[in-house]
Each structure stands twice: as structure tokens, then as C-alpha cells.
Write a protein that binds this ligand. Sequence first.
Ligand SMILES: NC(=O)c1ccc[n+]([C@@H]2O[C@H](COP(=O)([O-])OP(=O)(O)OC[C@H]3O[C@@H](n4cnc5c(N)ncnc54)[C@H](OP(=O)(O)O)[C@@H]3O)[C@@H](O)[C@H]2O)c1
Length: 305
Amino acid sequence: MKPLEIGFIGLGRMGQNMVSKMLSSKTVRVVVWNRDQQKVQKMVEQGAVGAQDIQELLGLLKQSRKIVWLMLPAGEVTEAMFNKVLPLLKSDDIIIDGANSNYKDSKRRHRLAKERGVDMLDVGVSGGIIAAQTGYPMMVGGKQEVFDYLAPIFNSFGITEGVDLVGGQGAGHYVKMIHNAIEYGMMQAIAEGFDLLKNGSMENLDLKKISHLWNHGTIVSSFLMQMTESALKKDVSLEQIKAFVADSGEGKWSVEEAIANDVPFIANTYALQARFQSRDPNSFTFKLLAALRNEFGGHAVSKED
Ligand SMILES: NC(=O)c1ccc[n+]([C@@H]2O[C@H](COP(=O)([O-])OP(=O)(O)OC[C@H]3O[C@@H](n4cnc5c(N)ncnc54)[C@H](OP(=O)(O)O)[C@@H]3O)[C@@H](O)[C@H]2O)c1
């Protein structure tokens, strides 16, 4: 059987490594496009076919059922590319969104694709940059037939147990959204634990040693604990790192979903709020709290220099 071929759009941190993984499996023919063409060249050197624009990418796909994978920032960029690619596809072709898209957008895009007879899968990709070595876990939403058809492609990402169809339209991104919210909660718990180890009453604890130990058979050993060990190994003081934590939407959407359905979501909501709190070194809340204590109890207020 001839290997499946795929058109892959977006060679960022995820896309480049995912394409490398597919190419190294030697089971998929990959045609790539990226805005910065230097990255296309890099992939061509590894065996991909390079395209200079989207029209050319589709022209270079020779099989009758064309498959196009978008691996772009969620939101406007994915929306614009989806709207560009969809009219160029015909009935039975397949479009895949591997971004961390909002599942509501994905459900809408499934509907738009269906109107043209095009099949769609929404895929929540996990694993971050380390997945280049360990393989890419994927939560897939869409039709079983399409998922099965793409099995050689999913298998080429180097992990089989961690890839599955989790439901219909939008389910892949819905499950990924909640996965990422859980990630926030777990990261927050680890970070706070290490803060207490560092700043609690037991002096001079060796955080590197503890993170290493905790990665060996303890209940909290985990991928995130390995990342903790790795970060502390680089610089245990974290002096160069600003205490500012961004978020990319999935935590917020999960909290909205929990509220809409009256589902308690305490730890993960708290973790999201903690990220918001990290962003303002001149927090008005804390200034007002300090001022209030001063007003009612005459407690001292620390002044700016
Ligand atoms: N990083 C992770 O750990 C991770 C894990 C799971 C899922 N994801 C999801 O995977 C997707 C890609 O993430 P990433 O980390 O690979 O992002 P990234 O490194 O920032 O790469 C973004 C990609 O999108 C392209 N792009 C950005 N703006 C564009 C525009 N206006 N028009 C055309 N192309 C544009 C970039 O092209 P240029 O090269 O030309 O800039 C690049 O190929 C995101 O949806 C992200 O949420 C990321």
C-alpha cells in the first residue's frame, strides 16, 4: 500500500518536531508550508516536500483524498487559515486542526466543513517539546471512519496508546481544554510545595535533591515533577525568571464550562486565579488590603521607595 500523504501547515515549535517525527517513521509523505520559508527549507532537508504557498501545497498532494493539518496558534490565525484552505478542498477531503482551539470554534468549523462535504478532526496535541522524543499523545474528535483512515499518520507520531478518538465534533479540543486546566492545578500545587520547602521553617533544604528524590517512586513523581527537577537543576534560585505566568485560554474556558454546568472546579479555578495574580507587581487589590488594615486597625503600611 502506498504511504498516506499529508499537507502540513505551521512549522513552529510543535509543527517542526511533529513533521520530523512523521518523516523519520518513513510511512508518510509530508508536504509542508510555513510563513517563514526558512523553516520549510529545514524540513525539506529532512525529506519533506516544500511548498511556497497554500495553492502549491494542495497541488503537491497527489492522492485523491487530500489531508491537510493546521498547526497554528488558536484563534484568529487558525480561523484565517481554515477559511483559506476549506474552499480549496473537495468532498471527502480531510482537514485537521491540531491547535489548542476552543471547542466551540471547532464545532462551528466541523459544521462549515460538513457543508462542503469535507471531513474534519479536531485534535488536542499534548506532550510539549519533549514529545519530539517520547511521541505525541493526541485526543481526537470527529468520525470513527476518518480517525481509522488516518491511523498510519497517527501511528507515525511515535505513540499508539496515547492517541485515541474521544468523541464526536469538538470532543478532542474539549478534552484537551480540561487536560490543560488540570495541568494548571498540578503545576500550582508543585510550585507552592517547593515555595514552602524553600521558605518554611526548615532551613537549607536542597530543592534539587528533593525534586530528584521525588521522581523516584514517590506518589508525586510525574512528568511535571521531572520538569521541576530540570528547571531547578538549571538554576535553583530561579533568579533570572520573572514571576509572571501567562495562560493560553484553556484554563479560562474550563472554568467557564464548570460554572455553566454547576460543576465544582475549585483547585483548577484557584490555579487560574493565581496566574492572574502573578501578573501585577503593583496589585491594586493588595494595596487596598494594606490600606484597609491601616484604616481600621492602624497597622503599618509599607511605602513605595
Ligand atoms: N508549545 C506547546 O507545548 C504546545 C503543546 C500542545 C499544543 N500546542 C498548540 O500547538 C499550536 C502551535 O504551537 P507552537 O508552540 O508550535 O507555536 P509557535 O512555535 O509559536 O509557532 C506558531 C506557528 O504558527 C505560524 N504563524 C503564526 N502567525 C501566523 C500567521 N499570521 N500566518 C501564518 N502563520 C502564522 C508560525 O509561523 P512562522 O514560523 O512564520 O512564525 C509558526 O509556524 C498552538 O495552537 C498551541 O496552542 C502547543
